[in-house]
Design a protein around this ligand. Structure first.
Ligand code: G5P
Ligand code: MG
Length: 226
Protein backbone atom coordinates (compact mmCIF):
# COMPACT_ATOMS: atom_id res chain seq x y z
CA UNK A 1 0.00 0.00 0.00
CA UNK A 2 1.30 3.48 -0.80
CA UNK A 3 2.66 5.37 2.16
CA UNK A 4 1.23 8.83 2.43
CA UNK A 5 3.26 11.66 3.87
CA UNK A 6 1.69 13.72 6.67
CA UNK A 7 3.25 16.91 7.97
CA UNK A 8 2.34 19.96 10.04
CA UNK A 9 3.85 23.40 10.32
CA UNK A 10 3.79 25.36 13.59
CA UNK A 11 4.87 28.88 14.44
CA UNK A 12 3.62 32.14 15.90
CA UNK A 13 1.38 34.52 13.93
CA UNK A 14 3.29 35.92 10.98
CA UNK A 15 6.12 33.39 11.20
CA UNK A 16 5.62 32.38 7.57
CA UNK A 17 3.58 29.20 8.00
CA UNK A 18 1.27 30.09 5.13
CA UNK A 19 4.07 31.32 2.85
CA UNK A 20 6.22 28.23 3.42
CA UNK A 21 3.24 25.85 3.24
CA UNK A 22 2.35 27.10 -0.21
CA UNK A 23 5.92 26.49 -1.37
CA UNK A 24 5.87 22.97 0.10
CA UNK A 25 2.49 22.18 -1.45
CA UNK A 26 3.70 23.51 -4.80
CA UNK A 27 7.05 21.68 -4.81
CA UNK A 28 6.05 18.39 -3.22
CA UNK A 29 2.41 18.04 -4.24
CA UNK A 30 1.04 17.87 -0.70
CA UNK A 31 -2.59 18.79 -0.11
CA UNK A 32 -2.55 22.03 1.92
CA UNK A 33 -4.97 22.58 4.82
CA UNK A 34 -4.92 25.84 6.76
CA UNK A 35 -7.02 26.03 9.92
CA UNK A 36 -7.16 29.85 9.75
CA UNK A 37 -8.41 29.69 6.18
CA UNK A 38 -11.17 27.18 7.03
CA UNK A 39 -12.25 29.36 9.95
CA UNK A 40 -12.41 32.54 7.87
CA UNK A 41 -14.22 30.63 5.12
CA UNK A 42 -16.90 29.43 7.54
CA UNK A 43 -17.26 32.96 8.98
CA UNK A 44 -17.66 34.43 5.49
CA UNK A 45 -20.25 31.76 4.62
CA UNK A 46 -22.24 32.51 7.79
CA UNK A 47 -22.43 28.83 8.64
CA UNK A 48 -23.34 27.68 12.15
CA UNK A 49 -19.67 26.89 12.79
CA UNK A 50 -18.81 30.35 11.43
CA UNK A 51 -21.07 32.12 13.91
CA UNK A 52 -19.59 30.02 16.70
CA UNK A 53 -15.97 30.89 15.87
CA UNK A 54 -16.27 34.53 14.78
CA UNK A 55 -15.93 36.00 18.26
CA UNK A 56 -12.76 34.02 18.94
CA UNK A 57 -11.06 34.80 15.63
CA UNK A 58 -12.00 38.50 15.81
CA UNK A 59 -10.47 38.68 19.29
CA UNK A 60 -7.39 36.58 18.32
CA UNK A 61 -8.37 33.96 20.86
CA UNK A 62 -8.03 30.25 20.35
CA UNK A 63 -11.17 28.61 19.06
CA UNK A 64 -12.19 25.86 21.53
CA UNK A 65 -10.53 22.51 20.88
CA UNK A 66 -13.78 20.63 20.31
CA UNK A 67 -14.93 23.09 17.64
CA UNK A 68 -11.51 23.03 16.02
CA UNK A 69 -11.26 19.24 15.84
CA UNK A 70 -14.82 19.09 14.46
CA UNK A 71 -13.72 21.41 11.64
CA UNK A 72 -10.37 19.75 10.90
CA UNK A 73 -10.62 16.01 11.53
CA UNK A 74 -13.45 15.20 9.08
CA UNK A 75 -11.46 16.94 6.33
CA UNK A 76 -8.48 14.74 7.14
CA UNK A 77 -10.65 11.63 7.17
CA UNK A 78 -11.70 12.50 3.62
CA UNK A 79 -8.03 12.70 2.65
CA UNK A 80 -7.12 9.25 3.92
CA UNK A 81 -5.40 8.41 0.62
CA UNK A 82 -3.52 11.67 0.18
CA UNK A 83 -0.32 13.22 1.44
CA UNK A 84 -1.02 16.48 3.22
CA UNK A 85 0.37 19.42 5.14
CA UNK A 86 -1.43 21.10 8.04
CA UNK A 87 -0.90 24.82 8.71
CA UNK A 88 -2.06 26.09 12.13
CA UNK A 89 -3.44 22.79 13.41
CA UNK A 90 -2.81 21.27 15.91
CA UNK A 91 -2.17 24.28 18.11
CA UNK A 92 -2.90 22.86 21.58
CA UNK A 93 -1.96 19.62 23.28
CA UNK A 94 -5.57 18.48 23.20
CA UNK A 95 -5.76 19.06 19.42
CA UNK A 96 -2.44 17.23 18.96
CA UNK A 97 -3.77 14.23 20.88
CA UNK A 98 -7.03 14.17 18.89
CA UNK A 99 -5.03 14.28 15.67
CA UNK A 100 -2.66 11.55 16.89
CA UNK A 101 -5.68 9.30 17.56
CA UNK A 102 -6.71 9.69 13.92
CA UNK A 103 -3.30 9.46 12.26
CA UNK A 104 0.37 9.87 13.00
CA UNK A 105 2.41 12.70 11.57
CA UNK A 106 5.69 11.97 9.79
CA UNK A 107 7.18 15.39 10.31
CA UNK A 108 6.53 18.68 12.13
CA UNK A 109 8.19 21.95 11.19
CA UNK A 110 8.44 24.61 13.90
CA UNK A 111 9.35 28.19 12.97
CA UNK A 112 11.16 30.45 15.49
CA UNK A 113 11.01 34.05 14.33
CA UNK A 114 11.97 37.10 16.49
CA UNK A 115 9.08 39.24 17.76
CA UNK A 116 10.25 42.45 16.04
CA UNK A 117 10.25 40.67 12.67
CA UNK A 118 6.74 39.34 13.26
CA UNK A 119 5.44 42.77 14.18
CA UNK A 120 6.83 44.38 11.01
CA UNK A 121 5.53 41.63 8.75
CA UNK A 122 1.97 41.67 10.03
CA UNK A 123 1.80 45.46 10.03
CA UNK A 124 2.45 45.27 6.27
CA UNK A 125 0.25 42.27 5.47
CA UNK A 126 -2.98 42.42 3.52
CA UNK A 127 -5.16 39.64 2.16
CA UNK A 128 -7.79 39.02 -0.48
CA UNK A 129 -10.62 37.67 1.72
CA UNK A 130 -12.37 35.52 -0.91
CA UNK A 131 -9.29 33.51 -1.97
CA UNK A 132 -6.98 33.88 1.05
CA UNK A 133 -4.17 35.26 -1.18
CA UNK A 134 -1.68 37.05 1.08
CA UNK A 135 0.44 40.08 0.17
CA UNK A 136 3.10 42.01 2.02
CA UNK A 137 3.93 45.62 1.11
CA UNK A 138 7.68 44.87 1.17
CA UNK A 139 8.05 41.14 0.55
CA UNK A 140 5.43 40.40 -2.12
CA UNK A 141 3.39 43.53 -2.86
CA UNK A 142 0.29 43.41 -5.07
CA UNK A 143 0.82 44.71 -8.62
CA UNK A 144 -1.71 47.50 -7.96
CA UNK A 145 -1.74 48.92 -4.44
CA UNK A 146 -4.72 47.70 -2.40
CA UNK A 147 -6.01 45.35 -5.15
CA UNK A 148 -5.85 41.58 -5.60
CA UNK A 149 -3.62 40.59 -8.57
CA UNK A 150 -6.09 38.08 -10.02
CA UNK A 151 -9.54 39.61 -9.43
CA UNK A 152 -8.70 43.29 -8.86
CA UNK A 153 -10.93 43.18 -5.75
CA UNK A 154 -9.94 45.21 -2.65
CA UNK A 155 -7.42 43.81 -0.15
CA UNK A 156 -8.04 44.08 3.59
CA UNK A 157 -6.03 43.86 6.79
CA UNK A 158 -7.26 41.27 9.32
CA UNK A 159 -8.27 42.80 12.65
CA UNK A 160 -6.04 40.23 14.37
CA UNK A 161 -2.95 41.55 12.51
CA UNK A 162 -3.24 44.96 14.18
CA UNK A 163 -0.49 45.59 16.79
CA UNK A 164 -2.67 45.42 19.92
CA UNK A 165 -4.09 42.04 18.88
CA UNK A 166 -0.71 40.71 17.80
CA UNK A 167 0.88 40.91 21.24
CA UNK A 168 -1.97 38.85 22.70
CA UNK A 169 -1.63 36.29 19.92
CA UNK A 170 2.10 35.88 20.54
CA UNK A 171 1.71 35.43 24.29
CA UNK A 172 -1.00 32.86 23.75
CA UNK A 173 1.03 31.04 21.13
CA UNK A 174 4.03 30.57 23.44
CA UNK A 175 1.93 29.16 26.28
CA UNK A 176 -0.03 26.65 24.26
CA UNK A 177 2.68 25.63 21.77
CA UNK A 178 5.22 24.45 24.34
CA UNK A 179 3.57 21.14 25.30
CA UNK A 180 2.79 20.43 21.63
CA UNK A 181 6.42 21.06 20.66
CA UNK A 182 7.57 18.87 23.57
CA UNK A 183 5.28 16.06 22.39
CA UNK A 184 6.61 16.11 18.82
CA UNK A 185 10.18 16.37 20.10
CA UNK A 186 9.57 13.26 22.18
CA UNK A 187 8.17 11.46 19.12
CA UNK A 188 11.37 12.43 17.23
CA UNK A 189 9.55 14.20 14.37
CA UNK A 190 10.14 17.87 15.27
CA UNK A 191 12.40 20.05 13.09
CA UNK A 192 12.91 23.68 14.20
CA UNK A 193 14.06 26.55 12.00
CA UNK A 194 15.11 30.01 13.18
CA UNK A 195 15.71 33.20 11.24
CA UNK A 196 14.30 36.51 10.09
CA UNK A 197 13.85 35.74 6.37
CA UNK A 198 11.65 33.08 4.82
CA UNK A 199 13.85 32.92 1.72
CA UNK A 200 16.84 31.93 3.89
CA UNK A 201 14.93 29.32 5.89
CA UNK A 202 13.23 27.82 2.84
CA UNK A 203 16.26 25.97 1.29
CA UNK A 204 16.73 24.03 4.56
CA UNK A 205 13.07 23.02 4.65
CA UNK A 206 13.19 22.13 0.97
CA UNK A 207 16.21 19.85 1.54
CA UNK A 208 14.66 18.27 4.62
CA UNK A 209 11.46 17.39 2.77
CA UNK A 210 13.35 16.09 -0.26
CA UNK A 211 15.28 13.75 2.04
CA UNK A 212 12.26 12.67 4.08
CA UNK A 213 10.03 12.09 1.07
CA UNK A 214 12.88 10.46 -0.87
CA UNK A 215 12.20 12.66 -3.86
CA UNK A 216 13.65 15.68 -5.54
CA UNK A 217 11.19 18.54 -5.82
CA UNK A 218 9.84 18.39 -9.37
CA UNK A 219 9.52 22.13 -9.87
CA UNK A 220 11.82 24.77 -8.47
CA UNK A 221 9.76 27.32 -6.55
CA UNK A 222 9.50 30.50 -8.60
CA UNK A 223 6.71 32.71 -7.40
CA UNK A 224 4.95 33.44 -4.14
CA UNK A 225 1.42 33.40 -5.50
CA UNK A 226 -0.75 30.49 -4.29
P1 G5P B 1 -4.18 31.73 11.38
O1 G5P B 1 -4.80 32.24 10.14
O2 G5P B 1 -3.61 30.36 11.40
P2 G5P B 1 -1.79 32.68 12.62
O3 G5P B 1 -1.98 33.61 13.72
O4 G5P B 1 -1.31 31.32 13.01
O5 G5P B 1 -3.15 32.78 11.84
P3 G5P B 1 -0.78 33.91 10.35
O6 G5P B 1 -1.16 35.28 10.78
O7 G5P B 1 -1.62 33.26 9.28
O8 G5P B 1 -0.69 33.03 11.61
P4 G5P B 1 1.61 32.84 9.10
O9 G5P B 1 0.74 31.98 8.23
O10 G5P B 1 2.53 32.16 10.05
O11 G5P B 1 0.75 33.91 9.89
O12 G5P B 1 2.51 33.77 8.21
P5 G5P B 1 2.36 34.24 6.67
O13 G5P B 1 0.97 34.68 6.41
O14 G5P B 1 2.99 33.24 5.76
O15 G5P B 1 3.37 35.50 6.70
C1 G5P B 1 3.02 36.65 7.40
C2 G5P B 1 3.30 37.90 6.49
O16 G5P B 1 4.72 38.03 6.34
C3 G5P B 1 2.74 37.80 5.06
O17 G5P B 1 2.37 39.10 4.64
C4 G5P B 1 3.93 37.30 4.22
O18 G5P B 1 3.85 37.70 2.86
C5 G5P B 1 5.08 38.00 4.94
N1 G5P B 1 6.36 37.30 4.90
C6 G5P B 1 6.62 35.97 4.94
N2 G5P B 1 7.95 35.76 4.92
C7 G5P B 1 8.55 36.99 4.89
C8 G5P B 1 9.92 37.45 4.88
O19 G5P B 1 10.88 36.68 4.89
N3 G5P B 1 10.11 38.79 4.88
C9 G5P B 1 9.07 39.68 4.88
N4 G5P B 1 9.35 40.99 4.85
N5 G5P B 1 7.78 39.29 4.88
C10 G5P B 1 7.53 37.97 4.89
O20 G5P B 1 -5.28 31.78 12.58
C11 G5P B 1 -6.09 32.91 12.75
C12 G5P B 1 -6.97 32.73 13.98
O21 G5P B 1 -7.76 31.55 13.82
C13 G5P B 1 -7.91 30.83 15.05
C14 G5P B 1 -7.26 31.73 16.10
O22 G5P B 1 -8.25 32.61 16.57
C15 G5P B 1 -6.22 32.51 15.28
O23 G5P B 1 -5.89 33.74 15.89
N6 G5P B 1 -7.25 29.51 14.91
C16 G5P B 1 -7.28 28.54 15.84
N7 G5P B 1 -7.81 28.49 17.08
C17 G5P B 1 -7.63 27.35 17.79
N8 G5P B 1 -6.96 26.28 17.30
C18 G5P B 1 -6.43 26.27 16.05
N9 G5P B 1 -5.78 25.18 15.59
C19 G5P B 1 -6.57 27.44 15.27
N10 G5P B 1 -6.17 27.78 14.02
C20 G5P B 1 -6.59 29.02 13.82
MG1 MG C 1 -1.33 31.75 7.98
Amino acid sequence: MAKFFRAAIMGPPGSGKGTISKRIAHNFGLQYLSSGHFLRESIAANTEAGLQVKNYVDRSMLVPDQVMTRIMLPRLEQLSSHSWLLDGFPRTLSQAKALHDLCQLDLVISLNIPYETLRERLRDRCVHPASGRVYNLGFNPPRVQGKDDITGEPLIQHDDDKPEALMARLRLYKDVAKPVIDLYKKLGILHSFSGTETDRIWPYINSLLSAKMHIQPTVAFQSQSP
